[in-house]
Design a binder for this molecule. Structure first.
Ligand SMILES: Cc1ncc(COP(=O)(O)O)c(C=O)c1O
Length: 462
């Protein structure tokens, strides 16, 4: 039995048969508050005890009162700020004036950071993700910062988390392992995390009296590194297993707007299926969005959407550590999205999707030219990565492959960099940066490196 929570409502959910799972993905109705996870029991010691900073509370409480004479905060006076005007010149030649430039240079005075951008992120998430449960949104400095804040309030030594077998490593390498959190790897297939594997791992741990993971960390769209995209049925099934065993779901979804299931000619824009929030009936999903892939990573902007009890802790931690997102970045982003409106954002998403779809096609074509004898893969339908399975190998000496790639002057990511398991014969190829000629040349060199490595492994085996 997990120490944090075991959701008694699971039996009541009666999600065991697939018709209910299908219904769940169509019209989830939130369960009563009594069936929600007991969030307190998921928080780490730090998360449980974090409180608003003393000075900050005073400043925030009194600064907005009309006529208040504040001698409390160490806020620099606005007339000392060096920037008086910010004009954005867009790549299409449009120019946009940023308003409230002085405020953008000040400390965030509320936990909202930038209320307008937060309202935009909240509305976008409601529209796209259709959460059934009550949620709150907190702006963060990108997804990585969201992972950092969530790890702070949720994870501590002795905890356990479940992760996709091949995963984006920041939570695992940067937080879980250094903190002494056990990491349990869950098998995957072409749609990402495999619910049968998840259930088998959890049932086995329960049988052996081992601690169950507090959460599943997963990437539902353009999974990094495999590129897998989960269907609505898959989301519902994984959610069912997590609810049954009391796991929170940490849904890290920076590639959501980079979906192009039908190629460059028929991109979906913002007409996209929702993720885990949409099947969440009891408030166990914590969603992370990012502007890094759809706007620019240098903005360092993203947001967390989750149950208010968790969101408040995230906001408090952000306020106590970084003091929230950069005002300048938020001002730039709010100016852009305000000017675009819903249609402009949709058009921007379409352009971005068409760009990546064309590159994905170029990478697939290059792989067919140069890798057909040494690897198999699925043509990417989202995101920036193609996942190669090297043929005829059960294990891969990744150090040797890295050396071979060095000699061929090319680099891709072997599975050992994105998995806690032994060397598996997989490789992540990114097609985001170069043009089609560069992608073709890179893939050609990669083929040469793989052949060189395979030949060396064969010689060693003899
Ligand atoms: C799955 C995943 N999560 C988080 C990040 C980090 O994103 P951000 O720039 O928003 O911090 C990345 C970026 O590569 C990613 O692939």
């Amino acid at each position: 039995m997990p120490p944090h929570d075991y959701t008694p409502a699971v039996e009541e959910l009666s999600l065991e048969d697939s018709s209910n799972v299908a219904n769940l993905s169509k019209a989830p109705a939130p369960l009563p508050a009594s069936c929600r996870p007991r969030y307190e029991s998921y928080f780490s010691e730090r998360g449980r005890h974090i409180r608003p900073g003393g000075i900050r509370s005073l400043v925030t409480e009194f600064i907005h009162i009309k006529g208040m004479c504040s001698l409390a905060g160490g806020l620099p006076p606005a007339d000392l700020f060096p920037i008086s005007k910010m004009t954005l010149e867009l790549v299409n030649g449009d120019t946009l004036e940023v308003d409230n430039v002085q405020m953008a240079q000040q400390y965030n005075l509320t936990m909202d950071g930038c209320p307008e951008l937060r309202a935009w992120a909240t509305a976008l998430t409601r529209r796209q993700q259709r959460p059934a449960c009550e949620t709150e949104t907190v702006l963060t400095s990108g997804s990585n910062s969201a992972l950092d804040l969530l790890a702070f309030i949720l994870l501590e030594r002795g905890d356990c988390i479940a992760v996709d077998e091949f995963h984006f490593p920041v939570l695992v390498e940067g937080h879980a392992l250094p903190e002494g959190v056990e990491v349990v790897s869950v098998g995957m297939d072409g749609q990402g995390v495999d619910p049968a594997s998840l259930e088998a791992v959890l049932a086995d741990r329960a049988r052996r009296g081992l601690a169950l993971p507090k959460m599943l960390y997963t990437i539902p769209v353009a999974q990094n590194p495999t590129g897998a995209v989960a269907s609505a049925e898959r989301l519902a099934e994984v959610y069912r297993v997590c609810a049954k065993y009391g796991l929170l779901i940490l849904e890290d979804d920076p590639y959501y707007f980079l979906q192009y299931p039908s190629g460059a000619e028929a991109v979906p824009g913002t007409d996209l299926p929702p993720g885990y929030l949409s099947v969440d009936r009891d408030g166990r999903v914590i969603r992370i969005d990012s502007l890094s892939k759809i706007l620019a990573p240098g903005l360092r902007l993203g947001w967390v959407t989750c149950a208010p009890a968790i969101a408040r802790k995230v906001a408090l931690t952000a306020a106590n550590t970084s003091t929230g997102v950069s005002g300048i970045s938020a001002a730039v982003a709010r100016t852009l999205v305000r000017n675009w409106g819903e249609d402009g954002f949709d058009a921007h998403a379409r352009g971005t999707q068409a760009h990546y779809a064309a590159k994905a096609a170029a990478c697939d074509a290059a792989a067919r030219r140069h890798l057909a004898d040494v690897a198999t893969w699925d043509a990417p339908k989202a995101g920036m990565f193609m996942w190669l399975r090297l043929s005829g190998m059960d294990t891969l000496d990744s150090a040797a492959l890295v050396e071979a790639m060095r000699e061929e002057q090319v680099i891709a990511v072997p599975a050992s960099a994105v998995s806690i398991k032994e060397d598996r014969p997989f490789l992540r190829v990114s097609f985001s940066y170069g043009n089609s000629e560069q992608i073709d040349e890179g893939v050609r060199r990669l083929g040469a490196a793989i052949r060189r490595c395979m030949a060396a492994q064969k010689v060693q085996a003899q």
